[in-house]
Design a protein around this ligand. Structure first.
Ligand code: GH3
Ligand code: MG
Ligand code: MG
Length: 303
């Protein structure tokens, strides 16, 4: 773990650096308070800091105050190094935001033990951040395909319609998917859904969005897609799925999707996502009726 040591006294700095390296820390040295601040605020900067109390330019407690005043940053566990040992001084140091203090000269065993304790705080914070990220991911993603889940893709559709940018809405449904499950088993069916998700994701652009709308239905939003490119773009997606066999337990099986494609121009009176989805569903129904593995598009002017 990285640790910052800040001391204006060269000899103390060197001795402490040697001790910390011996304990196994990755040491970042600073020669004054301002230097310490700069190093602590670097991206991936140290999360443990040992600050000498008295330093030119900015003393240890002021560095603490400045760090604590910054919100939305990873926590830095700060220990002040001091030759002061009056209670009033220590309270002042802790009030400035320090987590702990050590009186100089430090006993190496005590230093080691205190830092081990301090380390738990950034570690705990990292665990919490990871857990929060996982929860956020789960709340917005489909676990099987890792695409956006239904709630999130519908939210994106609402937002896109609100903004009023021209865009395309594609409702894709796997053809005869029940047959794939029946013939190859449910797990093979799951693998097919994952592979379709992978192919669709590769076929769209950075700003586009794809979600799992239902069991074997995917909703794709092509932002900024104009009406002339609607059919071409939807065809690309269809072909990405249909053109190469799916490798299922060593067999290559053919999988296709039918797509109902709707163009939302953005300049017509704002349409509700329900209305757009209803039209996409109608177009999808026609694609199924007309033989599957095809795209049917309807624009606002065509219905
Ligand atoms: P069509 O060409 O008309 O769309 O026929 P289909 O067989 O694809 O449609 P149908 O709606 O009859 O069947 C969809 C099947 O998808 C039924 C359901 O068991 C299956 N399914 C839904 N979600 C999942 C899933 O997460 N994994 C697997 N393996 N199957 C699923
Ligand atoms: Mg379906
Ligand atoms: Mg289907």
């Amino acid at each position: 773990m990285k640790i910052l040591i800040a001391d204006d006294d060269e000899l103390s700095l060197m001795l402490m650096e040697t001790t910390l390296k011996r304990i196994g820390y990755d040491v970042v040295a600073a020669v004054n308070g301002r230097d310490a601040m700069d190093r602590l605020l670097e991206i991936d900067g140290p999360r443990l800091a040992l600050l000498d109390w008295m330093m030119p330019e900015m003393d240890g407690p002021v560095v603490c105050q400045n760090i604590r005043a910054l919100s939305h940053r990873p926590y830095i566990y700060v220990t002040l190094l001091t030759s002061k040992d009056s209670k009033a001084d220590l309270v002042e140091g802790l009030d400035a935001g320090a987590d702990d203090y050590l009186t100089k000269p430090c006993d190496p065993e005590e230093l080691k033990a205190r830092l081990r304790t301090g380390q738990r705080i950034p570690q705990l914070e990292d665990q919490l951040v990871t857990a929060r990220e996982e929860m956020r991911f789960k709340a917005t993603h489909d676990p099987l395909t890792t695409l956006w889940n239904r709630g999130k893709i519908l939210e994106s559709l609402d937002q896109t319609l609100q903004i009023g940018h021209p865009s395309a809405v594609l409702l894709c449904d796997v053809d005869y998917f029940k047959g794939i499950n029946d013939t190859h088993g449910h797990l093979a069916g799951d693998a097919v859904l994952r592979e379709i998700a992978h192919r669709l994701r590769r076929a769209v652009r950075q700003d586009d969005a794809i979600g799992r709308y239902g069991g074997e239905e995917f909703l794709v939003l092509l932002t900024g897609c104009d009406e002339r490119s609607l059919l071409e773009r939807a065809e690309q997606l269809r072909a990405k799925v249909a053109d190469t066999g799916f490798n299922i337990e060593g067999d290559s099986i053919s999988v296709t999707v039918s797509i109902g494609a709707i163009f939302a121009s953005g300049d017509e009176p704002r349409q509700s996502s329900e209305a757009i989805l209803r039209r996409a569903d109608e177009a999808l129904y026609l694609a199924k009726q007309n033989g599957r593995n095809r795209v049917v598009t309807t624009s606002a002017h065509m219905v």
